[in-house]
Design a protein around this ligand. Structure first.
Ligand code: ZN
Length: 403
């Protein structure tokens, strides 16, 4: 599919923080402003990640804002074209902190993988008339490794189920990683984050006020944890977890996994069981009259879960039949994906429709106009003159049109 070329529409920018920093009242989205933002963010990347060769690029819609593995940060085009300059700056600062402090995407999936395995071993499902654990059913179609999950190259018939589950677990760890790394931001940059978080929190609070029962599931608790540990409100249920802000902040990137998976174990189990049921329903695998007949022949339907699935001591969860796991809450999960769009685009964005829709890119003209400002050199000068022996200061702009 062709890329969709967009041009810059001049409009008033929501950039009160950046305007204050520049000492002007209001900003208009135009090529000069876009150049200034790029310059500012390249500067941030040099001082936030001095040891990394980070590339800061303009922007395409729908692809990751940052890749830790590739050390690339992309300034998101969408908020900029909508005029949301402060939010775009906040996103890039946040992504630079991922590059500085977080595990790469591949390592995150490798670290999640053993937990995914453990949880799927506790889930009991019916397969060809037998009660088996979900892990055994999945691997009866061949092995599936974390690398194949992130690259989406698995030929396993259950791969789509595994991709969705991994993406949700990635989202979980990402939420806690965000809490951990945001606290490390330099104080002079925190204002951008607070402004953006406040918008997200207000949006979340509407869900919290109106959909309380649904806020007890995996995605609901994930967001409640995020805003609780970031200090936006006190959540009495989250406060019961064996996790504290200082444990999160003082942890290194890998140290977060065991306590977070212990806290979320039964929610992850419900999520995985619910996704499994949904996947089987959608693909038509699973229950059939023959399966049911076979099950009765093999040992009755008296709920004997002992053979395939096992409890997990480490995560303190027992065996659970997938049929008793609640259906996944699609509203909260799509809200989750929306809010974390930039962080998890890597896990979702580039496969779910992104490639088919074509990307949005800046037109060549707009791009040249922005880059033309690089040719301007600004020099501060001071000279003594006959009438002004104390000297006068003036600024010189040199436009290098041959550059
Ligand atoms: Zn993040």
């Amino acid at each position: 599919m062709e890329d969709k070329v967009v041009s810059i529409e001049e409009k008033k920018a929501d950039a009160e923080l950046m305007s204050a920093w520049l000492g002007v009242d209001e900003l208009i989205i135009d090529p000069k402003l876009l150049f200034d933002i790029q310059t500012l963010l390249c500067y941030y990347s040099e001082f936030l990640c001095p040891n990394d060769e980070v590339t800061v690029e303009y922007p395409v819609e729908g692809i990751p804002c940052a890749s830790v593995d590739d050390k690339r940060v992309m300034i998101p085009l969408k908020p900029l074209l909508e005029g949301k300059v402060d939010n775009a700056i906040s996103s890039v600062i946040h992504e630079l902190h991922h590059i500085k402090h977080s595990l790469g995407e591949k390592e995150i999936c490798q670290t999640i993988y053993p937990y995914l395995h453990k949880v799927l071993t506790t889930l009991e499902t019916e397969h060809c008339g037998q009660k088996m654990c979900v892990w055994d059913v999945v691997t009866s179609e061949g092995t599936i490794h974390s690398g194949e999950i992130i690259d989406r190259t698995s030929k396993n018939k259950y791969a789509p189920f595994m991709y969705t589950l991994m993406a949700d677990l990635f989202l979980l760890m990402n939420a806690f990683e965000d809490i951990r790394i945001d606290e490390k931001q330099p104080t002079n940059l925190v204002k951008y984050r607070v402004k953006q978080e406040e918008e997200c929190f207000n949006n979340f609070k509407e869900h919290l006020d109106t959909n309380l029962p649904e806020m007890n599931d995996f995605h609901g608790m994930l967001f409640r944890s995020l805003f609780h540990y970031k200090g936006w409100y006190d959540d009495l249920d989250v406060a019961k977890y064996n996790l504290s802000p200082s444990l999160i902040m003082d942890s290194d990137a890998k140290g977060l996994y065991p306590p977070v998976f212990r806290a979320f174990a039964s929610l992850v189990q419900d999520l995985a069981g619910g996704l499994w049921e949904k996947f089987r329903e959608e693909t038509g695998t699973g229950f059939s009259a023959i399966d049911e007949f076979m099950a009765q022949e093999l040992g009755g339907d008296d709920g004997n879960f002992g053979d395939g699935a096992k409890e997990c001591e480490e995560l303190e969860i027992g065996v659970k039949p997938t049929s008793s796991c609640p259906a996944p809450n699609s509203e909260m999960s799509s809200f989750a994906r929306e809010v974390a769009e930039e962080d998890i685009a890597l896990m979702y964005g580039d496969t779910e429709g992104y490639e088919d829709k074509g990307r949005k890119v800046l037109s060549q003209d707009a791009w040249s106009e922005i880059q033309a400002f690089k040719q301007i050199q600004h020099t501060k000068c001071r000279e003594k003159m006959e009438n002004y022996p104390q000297g006068i200061s003036y600024d010189t702009l040199v436009v290098d049109t041959y550059a």
